[in-house]
Design a protein around this ligand. Structure first.
Ligand code: ZN
Length: 160
């Protein structure tokens, strides 16, 4: 059995009139991410981290934003698909760690629901998903509340 690690990063601009979807759930707020799909930075960064760990390309390869099929898509579908790709190559998810960078609102109270939604899509126990939130200390676009960003690291084991 061998272990491999992958990294993922995502950023979306925030605009009024969009739903704030993070980690597969809607967080009440007056702005949300602009994107072809629902703009879920956690799902997108996690998807890239998992695909990266398995050496299977990136989210843009599998879900091109030129494809109308993914317009407004629930990004948990991307995770479900990534999980299938990993299964085919005998990869199992060992652990995932995520940092969401957002000035407002506070995300901590929403983490249990996010972990449950992400764990369900990926077919893993909730304790394999760790979520953390940071502000950007008022600096740059994220700090001005104009964008949301996310970093994710995934560790997978391969059973061949
Ligand atoms: Zn994205």
């Amino acid at each position: 059995m061998s272990f491999r690690c992958g990294i993922g990063y995502d950023l979306h601009r925030l605009a009024e009139g969009r739903k704030l979807i993070i980690g597969g759930i809607e967080v009440p707020f007056d702005k949300g991410p602009v994107g072809h799909s629902d703009g879920d930075v956690v799902a997108h960064a996690l998807c890239d981290a998992l695909l990266g760990a398995a050496g299977l390309g990136d989210i843009g390869t599998h879900f091109p934003d030129s494809d109308p099929k993914w317009k407004g898509a629930n990004s948990l579908l991307f995770l479900e698909h990534a999980r299938k790709l990993l299964d085919e190559k005998q990869f199992r998810i060992a652990h995932m760690d995520v940092v969401v960078i957002l000035e407002r609102p506070k995300l901590g109270p929403h983490f249990p629901k996010m972990r449950a939604a992400l764990a369900k899509s990926l077919g893993v126990a909730t304790d394999k998903i760790h979520l953390k939130a940071k502000t950007n200390e008022g600096v740059d676009a994220v700090g001005r509340g104009e964008a949301i960003a996310c970093h994710a690291v995934a560790t997978v084991s391969q059973h061949l």
